[in-house]
Write a protein that binds this ligand. Structure first.
Ligand code: NCD
Ligand code: ZN
Length: 331
């Protein structure tokens, strides 16, 4: 038996640079026809020269696939002239509050001071992607950030705001209240809770930002994804770190899920008798929300069990050692 997905998109992806990029990018390009590329490199992608060089590096790493990198710029308080010049060269701008996650030093420290930039983005139709976490208690960080989303949604009603990698039922509720709010959700936040991370022996390979939350949050996210919520898009947040940064004191945040994404999504949606909702979740919603036209390519999966290897290079993948039923066919 095979399953075909038309033009699947990963709306939140970390590819890194250099050897890591060359290791991980082919997994995404084999499964997806496009992805939104995060700019949190060191130093961040915050100007057009760096963006063009990074895009070229990505394209060369995935040259054998039709793959559309949707480039993002690291949020700065760009002025109107800069934003005019950027427009057309970027898909969106990604905002990190200062210090909330991997490589976010240099993020925004005064969320009110940046409103002039948001006003110009609204005018120019540049989407705002947000890592929406406060600096509060770790389980409350996303919820504490929701009033910021709400203020921006009200103040800039034509600004397309994407709440990235949402992890709570409360975020879903807010999503439904404002027409200009959208969200991405990861595979892992549809599957795991904080118990999987820290309820038994500590699991560094499941440690990510935002941290996985309660069963009730996970269940609400899963129900929304399975129901085909039209404002919810798949974004893996696959974020590879070398094993020595994960199996260590001061473990880095990030889950490397790229090699298993479509097989696990198909299995999950199939288990819940919702396979007919998967095309919208992994492509249709994003195309409609952002007016995207990804390469016209069908990705096929075949029922052919395989066991996820313990490592790819020096990175441990999500679901290592698990047997998955579906395999992506590569032509
Ligand atoms: C991401 C990374 O490693 O770049 N880490 C993570 O835990 N998700 C950054 C991010 O998206 O927060
Ligand atoms: Zn991310």
């Amino acid at each position: 038996m095979t399953i075909s997905l038309f033009a699947p998109l990963d709306m939140h992806l970390h590819l890194r640079e250099g050897a890591m990029l060359r290791l991980v990018a082919p997994f995404s390009a084999a499964q997806f026809t496009g992805a939104v590329i995060m700019p949190n490199l060191v130093p961040p992608v915050d100007n057009l020269d760096r963006l063009a060089a990074y895009e070229a590096e990505i394209r060369s790493a995935v040259a054998s696939y039709p793959f559309m990198p949707l480039m993002t710029l690291f949020f700065r308080a760009y002025d109107a002239a800069t934003l005019h010049a950027l427009r057309g060269r970027i898909f969106a701008i990604k905002l990190y509050p200062e210090g909330v996650t991997t490589n976010s030093t240099g993020g925004v420290s005064d969320l009110e001071a940046i409103e002039p930039t948001l006003a110009v983005m609204e005018e120019l139709g540049i989407p705002l992607l947000v890592h929406g976490e406060s600096h509060g208690f770790v389980l409350d960080r996303e919820t504490e950030f929701l009033p910021v989303y709400e203020r921006w949604a009200q103040t800039f009603p034509r600004l397309r705001i994407v709440m990235e990698h949402i992890t709570t039922a409360a975020a879903l509720e807010l999503l439904d209240r404002y027409p200009n709010l959208f969200a991405t959700v990861t595979l892992h936040h549809l599957l795991i809770t904080l118990d999987d991370v820290a309820g038994g022996l500590l699991q560094p390979h499941l440690f990510c930002k935002p941290i996985a939350k309660r069963p009730s949050d996970r269940d609400a996210l899963l129900a929304a994804a399975l129901s085909g919520h039209p404002k919810l898009m798949f974004g893996s947040d696959s974020a590879p770190h070398p094993i020595e940064r994960k199996e260590a004191a001061f473990c880095a945040a990030g889950i490397f899920s790229a090699p298993v994404l479509l097989p696990m999504l198909v299995e999950l949606f199939e288990r819940h008798h919702a396979l007919d909702r998967l095309p919208d979740f992994v492509s249709g919603n994003a195309c409609r929300i952002h007016g995207l036209k990804p390469p016209q390519r069908e990705v096929r999966l075949v029922e052919d069990p395989w066991t996820v290897p313990p490592r790819y290079g020096d990175v441990v993948p999500f679901a290592a050692g698990q047997t998955l039923r579906w395999r992506v066919l590569t032509d």
